[in-house]
Design a protein around this ligand. Structure first.
Ligand SMILES: NC(=O)c1ccc[n+]([C@@H]2O[C@H](COP(=O)([O-])OP(=O)(O)OC[C@H]3O[C@@H](n4cnc5c(N)ncnc54)[C@H](OP(=O)(O)O)[C@@H]3O)[C@@H](O)[C@H]2O)c1
Length: 314
């Protein structure tokens, strides 16, 4: 079936939901068309130096966009910029950004302003994300998956909006369908060990869906899309080089280039539904009422909390 017209109302039962996401995902993942061209467009990709984000940066540059990679790793970012510029001929630059420290988000937006002058960002891909292996807190003392995956991006988006750097552009937000494990998303989740880290990740990805919905509702001029890219062999959660994890990577997972296709689709293609959730194998998701992502009250509560935590940094 044509990906553009595919819609699904998925189960909220975890095994069925994840099974359906992963079954033959290589064959069911779309390939984003090479057109329209993006010449003259400015794109910012958080975490654009590695994994899925690197392939999103490459895909945008290949279509002619000027790309800014915002991430922590200066050496991987420099390597990515060199390689992509050589391959595509597009302008590609690095913006230092540590989403786990809101002071760094403030500095990064000021540096971006200086870099682009009065140009607005046409495409912002909120891609950077972590799956913690154990409990850690951010510079401001918040649980780290919440801090990086949501709060840091919230401050980034709010500052770009307030400074006129984001007007009517596209905002593509990466979630993970594993959010279906979670029911809450708060800054103070406490846990020990990797199982807790997995739940912290799932909670943050539920929060990403709530954040995206609220952002679209409150800023209707934007085109906001939230995306599950696929279950991808990347550095997320430290990757896996041996045992069952390595077997899964070889047999069930798609590579980062394939994982970039649905985010690229949302960043470039016409006729998408604003505020919608796009999934690599299921197309546009129509959330059943009992889906935790459909809880408008909790989405609004999360937004209010994000605003509260952001106040000194916006
Ligand atoms: N892999 C999957 O199966 C899968 C499934 C569903 C959704 N996703 C989502 O896809 C997105 C990309 O994940 P991936 O699989 O490509 O992971 P990855 O290979 O681990 O890449 C993560 C990226 O995030 C950046 N990052 C991490 N911490 C950061 C921080 N504090 N500040 C700024 N940037 C930071 C990293 O760069 P630096 O370390 O240099 O900062 C890196 O570029 C994530 O949002 C993830 O949740 C992935």
């Amino acid at each position: 079936m044509d990906y553009a017209n595919r819609t699904t109302t998925p189960s909220t039962w975890l095994p069925l939901r994840l099974g359906r996401a992963i079954w033959r995902q290589g064959a069911r993942t779309p390939r984003c068309p090479d057109t329209p061209r993006l010449d003259g467009k400015l794109a910012v990709v958080t975490g654009g130096n590695a994994g899925i984000g690197l392939e999103i940066s490459r895909g945008l540059a290949k279509r002619g966009a000027e790309v800014i990679i915002a991430a922590r790793g200066a050496s991987t970012a420099a390597e990515a910029c060199d390689q992509i510029a050589r391959e595509t001929g597009s302008s590609i630059r690095y913006l230092p950004l540590d989403l786990s420290n809101l002071d760094s988000v403030v500095t990064a937006t000021e540096n971006l302003l200086a870099l682009v002058r009065d140009r607005a960002v046409d495409i912002l891909v909120a891609n950077a994300g972590i799956w913690p292996q154990d409990y850690a807190a951010s510079a401001q003392g918040h649980e780290i998956a919440f801090a990086v995956n949501i709060l840091g991006h919230h401050v980034l988006v709010r500052r770009l909006l307030d400074r006129g750097l984001l007007r009517d552009g596209r905002v593509v937000i990466l979630t993970g369908d594993i959010y279906i494990r979670a029911r809450e998303c708060t800054s103070d989740f406490a846990y020990q060990g990797s199982r807790g880290g997995g739940l912290a990740y799932s909670r943050s990805k539920l929060g990403s869906l709530w954040f995206a919905g609220e952002l679209q509702r409150r800023h209707p001029a934007l085109q906001v899309y939230v995306v599950h890219p696929g279950v991808v062999a990347s550095g997320l959660g430290g990757g896996a080089s041996s045992g069952f994890g390595a077997f899964m990577r070889r047999t069930m997972l798609i590579d980062a280039k394939a994982g970039a296709q649905t985010p690229l689709w949302c960043a470039t293609q016409p006729n998408l539904v604003r505020g919608a959730y796009y999934h690599n194998t299921m197309g546009r998701i129509e959330l059943p009422q009992q889906d935790p992502a459909a809880d408008a009250q909790k989405a609004s509560t999360l937004w209010a909390r994000l605003e509260e935590l952001s106040t000194p940094f916006v």
